[in-house]
Structure formats: C-alpha cells, structure tokens
Design a protein around this ligand. Structure first.
Ligand code: TLP
Length: 351
C-alpha cells in the first residue's frame, strides 16, 4: 500500500526501535524517568522555552494549552479550519468550557487585521476573548506556513490586550524547514507551543507542550486529570528523542515530494490545485471537475493500492512522509490519473 492519508502513518525507524529497546526508564509521574526528562529538556531548548512536557497526543497538548490560557465561558479565536475546532471533539468546550470564534482566511493564516475586529471585551451580552490559537503549518489549508513577522505582530498586539497566544505547531518543524529558520525563532513570542513527534518527525507516539516553567508545572496537573500521567514512558520518549534530533533534516525530501505531487495533480484533467501554494508536506486538491466525489476516488485508489482520504465531497488531502519515496509518489499520481481518466469528460457530456 502507498499510504498518503497522513504523516501519522509512518512506522518507527530501526534507530527508534533500537533506542526504545535500550531506553533507561523510571516512573514519570514521580518525575523519575531519565529519558522523558531528557526529551522534555531538549524540547524546551529547541523551542527556546523555559520548560516542556511530554504528552501522549497533540490533542492533549492543545487541550492543556487552551485550559492554561482561559476560564470557563470565554472565547478562543482561531482559523475556521483549525484542528482544535474541527478535529478535537469539541475539547475547547468539553474540557475548558470555551467557545471557538472561527475566522475566515484565504490560506489558513490569521493576521492581526482579521483578528482585531473579533476580539470581545466582557459585556452584558458577550463573553470575553481570552486567547488566540494559530496553527502552523495549517493542516487543512494545505500545510501553509506563517511568516514570522505575522506571528510576531499577532503576539505583540495580543499581549498588549491581555490575550494569550497558543501555537498548534503539530508540524512546526515543517514550517521551520520551509522558512529555513530555527523553530525557536518561529515560536519565540507565542505563550505556548505544541508540536507533534508523531507526525512528520515519525515517532510512534507523543507530542510536546512548551512554555513558561509555571505554565508547564500547571500543565502537569491538567495532564494527570486527562489521564495522561504515564509511567515508564521513557520507552516512548526514546523514539521521540531520535525524531527530534534526526528527522527535521529529512523533511526537505517530503516537501520536494509534495511539490512533485502537486505539479502532477495540476496536469490531471478535472483536478484543481495551485502547485505554487504547496510549501510543505500537505497537498489539498479539488476533484469536483473529475465528475467523481472524493470518497469515490478514494475507494478506486484503494483498489489500486493507494490510500488518500477525502476532506469533503469535492476536496482531498494527501500528506507526504518518509515511508513513501519519490517512486511511490509517482505511482500514486499514475493511479490518480487512471481512476479519474475520462470520467470528467463523460460527466461534462452528460450534463
Ligand atoms: N492531525 C491528523 C488528523 O487528526 C486530522 C492528521 O492526519 O493530520 N494539530 C494538528 C494541526 C494536527 O494535524 C493534528 C493531527 C493534531 C493537532 C492532533 O494530534 P493527535 O492526533 O496526536 O492528537
């Protein structure tokens, strides 16, 4: 199977498996797992934050961050396609008692002029805005990358107004590679950043939440409440350390493969995509002109050994990663051309 459904599907590398086998471990709820402690120290260093905490998932990292920055009954501003809004089972509401205030953007990148009019002070009819959440890269907008100046302006203006900024940096290392800038520079002004070890970086499990020492101390209590206090988690952290140290330098290959896919897709009749907009490892494309739905294309591809998921009836997403090489990408393109061949024309004639 050529699996391009997500970069979450990668298998641990032989180095990760070896490190997991040899990991020194202890009880992390007592703070006694040396490998987890090392991973947390490395994550704090890489993000330039005072402290970091190892969490089982990106969803838990985002959930804890929102809880840190809000009180029940407040609002969180985010992009309309934000993962926290669309794919986390309403955790904003369920755990933090907050409402997401979605903002339309052309490419998933919030800017201060779009945010400012949506900020609400507490009043007789309206709940206070407490935090702004920015997703970098923006997943469903197609792996789009925030310019650093845009992040800095959002954070500076937000802080002037007493608002916190959380970055969902599930794929912030992809942003760093695309910008050729260190992660610490990208996240410098955000109050907290969550990044995933288990996405493009390839670890089997885990994400990191980084911020001030006080916030991360509080985050440990929220993690425990959410059932995320793990014990000999060094077995997982060992793979995470390899992901953190080794994987970022390989991401450039995933980005090249995504561009090859985007250019190939643009040549398939009925598929719409602007390859110039593909900056990282996520490719979002419109299939409405093929006369088939995303689900139909997905099912036909599966019969040919290619896995790509629809996002909606007319839009599909593919994500490149280290377990699918250039040849795999080209085979996937050929399969896409084959399953859509002639269908669009037939539909056009019938219409
Ligand atoms: N994204 C997954 C799916 O949930 C859609 C994927 O395949 O891309 N933030 C962002 C931007 C994400 O893309 C994801 C996962 C998360 C948070 C949540 O991470 P996990 O799955 O570890 O809870």
């Amino acid at each position: 199977m050529i699996d391009l459904r997500s970069d979450t599907v990668t298998k641990p590398t032989p180095e990760m498996r070896r490190a997991m086998l040899e990991a020194e471990v202890g009880d992390d709820v007592y703070g006694e797992d040396p490998t987890v402690n090392l991973l947390e120290a490395r994550a704090a260093a890489v993000t330039g934050k005072e402290a970091a905490i190892f969490v089982p998932t990106g969803t838990m990292g985002n959930t804890i961050a929102i809880k840190l920055h809000t009180h029940h009954g407040e609002e969180v501003i985010c992009d309309v396609r934000a993962h926290v809004l669309e794919y986390e089972l309403s955790m904003l509401a369920w755990f933090s008692g907050c409402v997401g205030r979605p903002i339309q953007t052309p490419d998933g990148i919030l800017t201060w002029d779009r945010i400012a009019p949506e900020i609400r002070p507490l009043g007789p009819h309206r709940a206070r805005t407490a935090a702004i959440e920015i997703e970098n890269t923006n997943n469903i907008a197609g792996g789009t990358v925030y310019p650093i100046a845009t992040i800095e302006e959002i954070c500076d203006r937000a802080h002037e107004r007493g608002l916190k900024v959380h970055m969902d940096g599930a794929r912030v290392f992809n942003a760093a590679v695309a910008l050729a800038k260190p992660v610490a520079e990208i996240v410098a002004k955000a109050d907290t950043v969550m990044f995933c070890l288990s996405k493009a970086l390839g670890a089997p499990v885990g994400s990191m939440l980084a911020g001030t020492a006080a916030d991360i101390a509080q985050a440990r209590l929220y993690r425990k409440r959410l059932g995320g206090g793990m014990r000999q988690a060094g077995v997982l952290a060992a793979a995470g350390l390899i992901a953190l140290e080794d994987s970022p330098r390989h991401l450039i290959e995933d980005h090249r493969n995504a561009r090859v896919m985007a250019k190939g897709l643009a040549r398939i009749p009925g598929i719409q995509i602007d390859p110039a907009k593909v900056e990282t490892n996520i490719v979002i494309f419109d299939v409405s002109g093929t006369g088939l739905t995303g689900a139909e294309i997905s099912a036909r591809l599966k019969e040919r050994g290619v896995l790509i998921n629809p996002v909606s009836s007319s839009v599909m997403r593919l994500v490149t990663h280290y377990d699918v090489d250039r040849e795999g990408c080209e085979l996937a393109l050929a399969a896409l051309a084959e399953v859509t061949a002639g269908v669009g024309t037939a539909a056009a004639v019938l219409n």
